[in-house]
Design a protein around this ligand. Structure first.
Ligand SMILES: Cc1cc2nc3c(=O)[nH]c(=O)nc-3n(C[C@H](O)[C@H](O)[C@H](O)COP(=O)(O)OP(=O)(O)OC[C@H]3O[C@@H](n4cnc5c(N)ncnc54)[C@H](O)[C@@H]3O)c2cc1C
Length: 386
């Protein structure tokens, strides 16, 4: 086994607890004002432009970024608390979440200064929705097989091809897209891809909806036909995106959103079981809470590593694998524990409704952001097993 794998036992510092109280008070005020219902899981999948702006005004977007770009120079652990509270409350953060989590950090590292100065403050104000343009038909797990081409033209590049499963493309202002600028080489099959900042209003970009099993419209197909990208929208090294896209995944994979997406069914179960659950249910609940606690400690640990400037790709993959498998199985486990509840139990109807929704979305949890099998391949390599 490699000596590089580790989960430091990090505890959230006291300033995080103060921040948590502030976030909870903000959420309570939003709920009281009717912005969203924390007991309605669908809200977690919705966007709300006005809400995102209010979150931005509180300084909770771009928290870790330099003040020069509208950021707040706070820690990854403080950002963790905000993400966690919004997720648990099913708050409608969809508009700004991807920009805050991963697109902003990419721009900070790889965009030209004038682009950073233009876009990052707008992300921090909660004004911009970013999307991830990686997957293509025939290139999901194997990102380096991407075929959508960027061809050099006067003053920039022309994009032709398509992306698929692009979450939020129908509401997006920008995409960070991965496009082929050269063929792969014999020595390096990952060579030849470049990341671009894509303005979604560009002529030649068409967004077609793809509907989920729940009937909702979350993701899309995005078609590019001679869509022009200016030179200053190239992010980082031409042909060298393989070095950049993998560090992005550490941000994408380890946060609390990777094990809390179906948490509402556990909360609904606790409410339905009441203060005196039977022994079997209490044992089952205890087991689930212990697992959740362990996942959270691991996820906080990865956040601590990001704070220390490290790139915990393997540790992030472990959190995502364990976390998403846990949150995917949770609805079935909760259904088992709820099996002996009396039909007239208080809160039973709400539990059933939430279970129905969680059961429908559960299959996607271990696919989005990298499948279980692919993550286990990365983990095995990190452990020196393959
Ligand atoms: C809800 C949702 C939202 C998404 N949002 C986005 C988004 O915003 N932007 C974006 O770019 N993509 C997005 N995706 C796409 C997602 O990243 C891909 O679906 C995922 O990476 C898998 O790719 P695929 O669907 O092409 O499946 P494939 O790669 O074809 O995989 C099919 C099966 O083969 C297995 N497999 C593949 N390769 C290997 C291997 N090397 N070893 C072992 N098993 C393997 C997989 O685990 C899987 O079970 C989203 C997906 C979902 C479900």
């Amino acid at each position: 086994m490699t000596a590089n794998l580790r989960f430091d036992p990090i505890r959230l510092p006291p300033e995080c607890e103060m921040l948590r109280r502030e976030v909870r008070a903000f959420i309570a005020a939003e709920v009281a004002a009717g912005t969203f219902d924390p007991n309605q899981p669908r809200y977690g999948d919705l966007h709300d432009r006005a809400f995102s702006r209010r979150v931005g005004a509180r300084g909770w977007i771009g928290m870790t970024w330099p003040k020069k770009y509208g950021g707040h120079e706070r820690s990854f652990l403080e950002r963790y608390v905000v993400t966690e509270e919004f997720r648990v409350a099913n708050a409608p953060v969809r508009l700004h979440f991807v920009a805050d989590r991963q697109s902003g950090p990419i721009l900070l590292k790889f965009a030209p200064e004038h682009v950073r100065m233009d876009i990052l403050p707008r992300i921090c104000r909660g004004e911009l929705c970013f999307v991830i343009g990686m997957s293509e038909p025939g290139s999901g797990s194997d990102l380096f097989a991407a075929k959508t081409r960027a061809t050099k033209t006067n003053g920039g590049w022309l994009i032709n091809g398509s992306k698929i499963w692009t979450s939020n493309a129908h509401i997006a202002d920008y995409m960070i897209g991965l496009f082929r600028t050269s063929p792969p080489t014999n020595e390096n099959r990952r060579h030849g891809l470049t990341q671009f900042l894509v303005d979604m209003k560009t002529r030649g970009i068409k967004v077609n909806p793809i509907y989920q099993m729940t009937g909702e419209h979350d993701f899309n197909e995005v078609i590019f036909e001679d869509a022009f990208m200016p030179e200053d929208h190239v992010l980082g090294e031409i042909d060298g995106a393989w070095k950049q896209a993998t560090s992005e995944l550490a941000y994408e994979r380890s946060g609390p959103e990777r094990f809390l997406e179906t948490l509402y069914v556990l909360i609904a179960l606790v409410r339905a079981l009441g203060p005196k659950p039977d022994l079997r249910s209490a044992e089952g609940l205890g087991r689930l809470v212990a697992q959740l606690h362990t996942l959270r400690r691991m996820s906080v640990s990865v956040s601590g590593m990001l704070q220390a400037g490290e790139e915990p790709v393997v540790e992030g993959s472990i959190v995502k694998d364990l976390g998403t498998v846990w949150e995917r199985r949770l609805p079935a486990r909760v259904r088992e524990l709820a099996a002996f509840l009396e039909p007239e139990t208080t809160n039973r109807a709400s539990l059933e409704e939430q279970l129905a929704f969680a059961t429908m979305i559960a299959p996607k949890l271990t696919i989005q952001g990298g499948t279980t099998e692919v993550l286990r391949g990365i983990i095995a390599r990190g452990l020196g097993l393959r």
